[in-house]
Design a protein around this ligand. Structure first.
Ligand code: SF4
Length: 83
């Protein structure tokens, strides 16, 4: 019984970590975007752009109002996180 509780607890901790790290990455990418939610990228909003970046790391190039410095920061973050 104790072993089962330990295994179940370990699985819950692992899943919680996986889910939270995904959300953390989304938030980190989102805060590096301009935040205009203008839809000029074709993804509807900055949150849509985050989802696109997670599928294709080059998607950020489609953000038209993004300044050069912000692009460099996103590139650096994606490289650091190996995305
Ligand atoms: S173009 Fe840039 S600022 Fe506009 S919604 Fe897309 S990611 Fe956001």
């Amino acid at each position: 019984m104790v072993i089962l509780a330990f295994l179940f607890g370990s699985i819950l901790i692992f899943l919680n970590h996986k889910l939270n790290s995904g959300e953390e990455k989304k938030e980190e990418i989102l805060k590096r975007l301009p935040g205009y939610n203008c839809g000029a990228c074709g993804y509807g909003s900055c949150a849509g752009m985050v989802e696109a970046i997670l599928k294709d790391k080059e998607a950020y190039q489609k953000c038209r109002p993004m300044r050069k410095e912000a692009k460099e920061e996103i590139e650096k973050y994606l490289k650091e996180k190996n995305l």
